[in-house]
Design a protein around this ligand. Structure first.
Ligand SMILES: NC(=O)c1ccc[n+]([C@@H]2O[C@H](COP(=O)([O-])OP(=O)(O)OC[C@H]3O[C@@H](n4cnc5c(N)ncnc54)[C@H](O)[C@@H]3O)[C@@H](O)[C@H]2O)c1
Ligand SMILES: O=C(O)C(=O)C[C@@H](O)[C@H](O)[C@H](O)COP(=O)(O)O
Ligand SMILES: [Zn+2]
Length: 357
């Protein structure tokens, strides 16, 4: 049984398919059927596991593949250049397409390469991590990191389709599953108190990778994201709520060289910091931050920032956040479980107090 969720963007509308066995049918191919050249981008964990399923559809020739070393430190312009070199070697034109097979690192990087090659070619997202299924494969934010900050070079470029085969989650390490659950908690925290309560009731099942619970969490998350993206594709307003916890989280990832924390782990810490900031400002009811931290901890996520990070350095990194305006930083503040708001009037001193706590 598969779920098909529409991301309604007019002529660029596409479907997110969530279900079992999708890699074994021709779903990733059908969206790119008109492409003269196809390139698969994957990483060195995912490729050996799931490339054979894609290759089965073209038994007569070897699929062109770029394999990136796994992990966040590969989300770079250098690795993106390898994709461009492969496209050039194939003599790929504007009718070429890319299949992004992997987690969010692969989806963001391959999507960015697709956005840039000849000013834009088609691509299909085939997410294989929970995080990529619930968040990164949907919505068209693509890009790479710089040492100065996360996703600083990027483009909005929507995929032609998203094929989330939940069978691939069977090989995903538990730590990676937990990282994906952080973004799932985010949807409940910013806009769906009933879903947040469901997550509290099903935390045990989610931690052990119960299929039914995961499918419900994925489909609910994708529905939330698809609806927000359809209303505000380019983050001129509401979409910024999806950045809850990310101003803090991205600064932590950057300050630790993209090595110490998975993105979802940094977001978990960042959401708790955003909750604490909101509590300090009297915006969130006291106790809701503790409730969120308790859920995240039960899901196996960190909720405290590491000791030894310099608060001023973090504040400086946060100033390069994409939500910032000439007037200063903007924060997604929290009004407690199920409600968040984008605000531009937050005093740096309050932020510093949270960073120093
Ligand atoms: N574009 C967006 O809207 C958006 C949203 C959220 C996160 N992101 C980005 O996504 C990235 C994080 O994505 P991620 O958490 O998927 O990380 P990731 O892509 O690094 O994948 C995590 C790890 O799991 C491995 N892996 C992937 N699928 C597997 C499978 N099925 N079985 C076994 N191993 C598997 C990978 O090789 C990697 O080591 C970050 O760069 C973040 O900034 C983007
Ligand atoms: O889709 C969005 O919009 C998000 O903000 C989702 C986030 O989970 C994701 O990490 C995103 O890549 C962050 O975007 P950025 O604009 O802050 O780089
Ligand atoms: Zn995120």
């Amino acid at each position: 049984m598969s779920e098909h969720i529409e991301v309604d963007l007019g002529t660029r509308t596409y479907i997110v398919s969530v279900g079992a066995g999708l890699l074994a049918d021709d779903a990733p191919w059908s969206a790119l059927r008109a492409c003269r050249h196809l390139l698969v981008v994957t990483d060195d964990n995912v490729g050996p596991l799931y490339l054979p399923a894609l290759q089965a559809f073209v038994p007569d020739h070897q699929l062109p593949v770029v394999t990136i070393p796994a992990g966040e430190t590969s989300k770079t312009l250098d690795q993106c250049t390898r994709v461009f070199e492969a496209l050039a070697a194939m003599r790929a034109g504007r009718d070429a397409g890319i299949i992004a097979l992997g987690g969010g690192v692969i989806g963001d990087l391959a999507g960015f390469a697709a956005a840039c090659w000849m000013r834009g070619i088609g691509f299909v997202q085939v997410p294989t991590t929970l995080l990529a299924m619930v968040d990164s494969s949907v919505g068209g934010k693509t890009g790479v990191n710089l040492p100065f900050g996360k996703n600083l070079v990027g483009a909005f470029h929507q995929p032609e389709a998203v094929i989330a085969d939940i069978d691939t989650l069977a090989t995903l390490p538990a730590r990676e599953r937990a990282a994906g659950l952080a973004e799932v908690v985010k949807y409940g925290a910013i806009g769906d108190a009933a879903f947040f309560a469901w997550l509290e009731d099903h935390a045990g099942a989610l931690v052990v990778g119960d299929r039914e619970a995961l499918v419900h969490a994925i489909a609910t998350s994708v529905r939330h994201k698809a609806a927000i993206v359809a209303r505000d594709e380019r983050e001129s307003g509401e979409r910024a709520l999806l950045n809850f916890g990310h101003t803090f989280g991205h600064a932590i990832e950057t300050a630790t060289g993209y090595r110490r924390y998975l993105h979802g782990e940094a977001v978990a810490i960042g959401m708790v910091q955003a909750a604490r900031l909101s509590e300090r400002l009297g915006l969130a009811p006291r106790g809701d931050g503790d409730r969120m931290a308790a859920l995240l901890e039960r899901l196996g996520l960190p909720v405290h920032p590491p000791a030894g990070l310099d608060a001023m350095q973090l504040l400086d990194l946060m100033r390069l956040d994409k939500k910032a305006l000439s007037s200063g930083m903007r924060f997604v503040v929290w009004h407690g479980i199920g409600k968040a708001e984008l605000r531009a009037d937050i005093d740096d001193a309050e932020v510093l107090a949270v960073l120093e706590a």
